[in-house]
Design a protein around this ligand. Structure first.
Ligand SMILES: [Zn+2]
Ligand SMILES: [Zn+2]
Length: 648
């Protein structure tokens, strides 16, 4: 007895459904891939294909183009509308080399503003052919992988891999020649363009076009078969290429999948749909998981939960039919910044080590870099506060401006924020970064972004804590700064600029203490084990009114607490350690513990006023962008003096 229908689906039906999605992505009417499959099967038959070859031809015909959208986002950045490109691409069959070059250049130059068009045109001829070849190599690799995943045999997998090889050896990825290329690949290569060209231009011009490419792109024997039997090959395509006819045309045993195998095929289809744009990575599987969980809570039966999950996996296939010039369209408040400097931060090391997993669940890979400054390169329609060419430093967390936290000026607790280089969005260790108008602080045009980039995170964080503590530090009070490194040395300068408090600096490193004296410390204390006693001695036995702890790990956190005077405040800025304090101790002394995370937009603007006036300066060590990994290693090994800055 056969299993229930939902548990046992024809592979041909799944693949035929996928071919509709590929039609959409190619800008072709529905059933283009099915009709190309019929043409290919007829040619394979005429060429005396074996049973295994006919089966491979069938699956290749239906699915060969399923991965043509794999780099649609990049295609769209070069060519504008990625789907229109592919639809027009079939016309290339009728072109000679000069016409082909003109076609590609016209496509590259055909969209965007004058400036971006000129830039693309300048960049294109150099790398054009190479890029197109890379696209094709990716498509071939992914579709061969898919063929393997859904359990097709070796002949089929090889045929998928050979899809972009060329009879004359000029194809990719291996430069195979002649009959080194599998027969299924040779017939499908011809069948695709023949389907489109014969529909658009009729049989006579199709014959002329394929003959022009005989022995170059196409197997001369297959071209001759087509020309000899053209009427038979193209006869009755509409009926033969219909859904039922195609599913029934599956050669050999009708393959069926069910159970966990079916789930694997559906997952592969979900991943394929999500390749459409980087922003969809993992989306279909995520939707499926959420929907299945909801169905479970609703106490649907296990079978129904499974159906809901599978529907979630497939819900996004239709996205392939929409151009990436729409999916990847920027929002009205988007700003693209050409990076002038990106700070390398201990947080980057923590992300690499996986410490942020618990808080942000970042989906790797993405580009690091959250301390960014540069020049505005492009702006969305609604941007009014900056213009192309402006020098800017970027608040690390673009915020929405509409939630209650934003309205209170508390950017870090925005309900709709993202954090390039830390959440799933690409950061600034790159030539360009996408951020929003609300994150941009305009700078004096003469500022070198690389000199100030680290103020965007290290600086703003150090400043934010000091700024909050200003009301607690009138003249006559004492502040302790624990840790005079990257953040601490900025904190000292901010205290000097904003308050008249006496500043005591504690650090393990004598050089750091020497620097602290030069930039504003009144007293310095070497952290040699007696630092709590020393601070108590310097404060008449009571401790400091405010302690800024830029270390807060490896025991420094308890020292910081113990240096805090009754009714004083302990500001935690560094992280990694753990505080264990009897609650009796907290209430009896009325000491406060204050958390600090990055800072607000106005903190950053105020800090930039101090920086541009020379009242807060930053020690930096510059690395070219392609030495990013060296910079991370140097930071990890404690070899960076001041802040490492990557300069593209
Ligand atoms: Zn940072
Ligand atoms: Zn908000």
């Amino acid at each position: 007895m056969s299993a229930p229908r939902t548990e046992n689906i024809r592979l041909a039906e799944l693949v035929a459904a996928l071919s509709y999605a590929a039609d959409l992505g190619l800008g072709q009417p529905m059933a283009h891939c099915m009709r190309q499959t019929v043409i290919a099967l007829r040619l394979a038959e005429l060429a005396g294909a074996t049973e295994a070859e006919r089966e491979a031809t069938y699956y290749l015909g239906l699915m060969f183009n399923a991965y043509c959208h794999a780099d649609a986002a990049e295609q769209a950045s070069w060519f504008g509308d990625d789907i229109a490109l592919k639809s027009d691409g079939f016309e290339m069959l009728g072109m000679n080399t000069a016409q082909l070059a003109a076609f590609l250049v016209r496509r590259v130059g055909g969209h965007g503003s004058g400036f971006s068009r000129a830039r693309r045109l300048a960049g294109f001829p150099r790398s054009s052919i190479k890029r197109v070849m890379e696209f094709l190599t990716t498509h071939a690799r992914l579709s061969a992988q898919f063929a393997e995943q859904i359990g097709l045999d070796q002949v089929a997998v090889e045929s998928f891999r050979d899809g972009y090889e060329q009879w004359d050896g000029k194809g990719v990825p291996q430069g195979l020649r002649g009959t080194e290329i599998t027969l299924p690949a040779r017939v499908v290569q011809l069948a695709g363009p023949v389907e489109v060209y014969s529909r658009r231009h009729g049989p006579q011009r199709t014959r002329e076009a394929v003959l022009r490419h005989r022995g170059a792109d196409f197997d001369p024997a297959v071209v001759d078969l087509f020309c000899g039997y053209e009427a038979d090959v193209l006869d009755g395509l509409d009926e033969a290429g219909g859904w039922r006819a195609i599913v029934d045309a599956e050669p050999c045993l009708a393959r069926r999948v069910g159970g966990a195998d079916l789930d694997h095929v559906l997952e592969a289809m979900a991943d394929l749909a999500d390749l459409k744009s980087p922003q969809f990575a993992g989306h279909s599987r995520g939707v499926a998981a959420v929907a299945a969980a909801a169905a479970g809570l609703w106490q649907l039966s296990d079978t129904d939960v499974q159906v809901v999950r599978r529907a979630g996996l497939l819900h996004g296939l239709g996205r392939l039919g929409v151009s990436n010039s729409i999916w990847d369209k920027s929002g009205p408040l988007d700003v693209v910044v050409r990076i002038g400097g990106a700070g390398v931060c201990r947080t980057d090391l923590h992300i690499v080590e996986g410490q942020w997993e618990a808080v942000q669940h970042p989906r790797l890979p993405y580009v690091l870099g959250h301390e960014n400054a540069g020049w505005v390169h492009a702006v969305g329609d609604g941007v009014t506060n900056v213009a192309v060419g402006d020098t800017v430093i970027l608040h690390p967390q673009p915020s929405c401006g509409l939630c209650l936290a934003c309205r209170a000026g508390d950017d870090m607790h925005c309900a709709n924020a993202f954090f390039p280089g830390l959440s799933d969005n690409d950061g600034g260790m790159a030539e360009y970064l996408r951020t929003s108008a609300r994150a941009c602080v305009k700078l004096d045009p003469g500022t070198d972004p690389a000199d100030v980039a680290a103020l965007a995170d290290a600086g703003i964080t150090a400043y934010h804590a000091v700024r909050k503590a200003v009301p607690l530090l009138p003249p006559g009070t004492t502040a302790v700064v624990q840790g005079a490194g990257g953040l601490g040395h900025i904190g000292i300068q901010c205290l000097r600029a904003l308050t008249a408090a006496r500043i005591i600096v504690v650090d393990r490193n004598l050089d750091a203490l020497k620097l602290a004296e030069q930039i504003g410390a009144d007293e310095t204390v070497l952290a040699d084990g007696d630092q709590v006693e020393s601070v108590r001695d310097l404060t008449g036995g009571t401790g400091a009114h405010v302690v800024f702890d830029y270390v807060a790990e490896q025991g420094a956190e308890m020292d910081g607490w113990n240096m805090t005077a009754p009714n004083g405040s302990y500001f935690v800025i560094g992280y990694g350690g753990e505080l264990r304090i009897p609650t009796l101790d907290i209430i009896s002394t009325e000491r406060n513990i204050v958390g600090n995370i990055v800072g607000t937009y106005s903190d950053l603007t105020e800090l930039m006023v101090l920086a541009q006036a020379g009242r807060v300066t930053l020690h930096t060590q510059k690395y070219p962008l392609d030495k990013a990994v060296d910079a991370l290693h140097d930071l990890d090994a404690g070899k960076v003096r001041g802040r490492a800055i990557l300069v593209p």
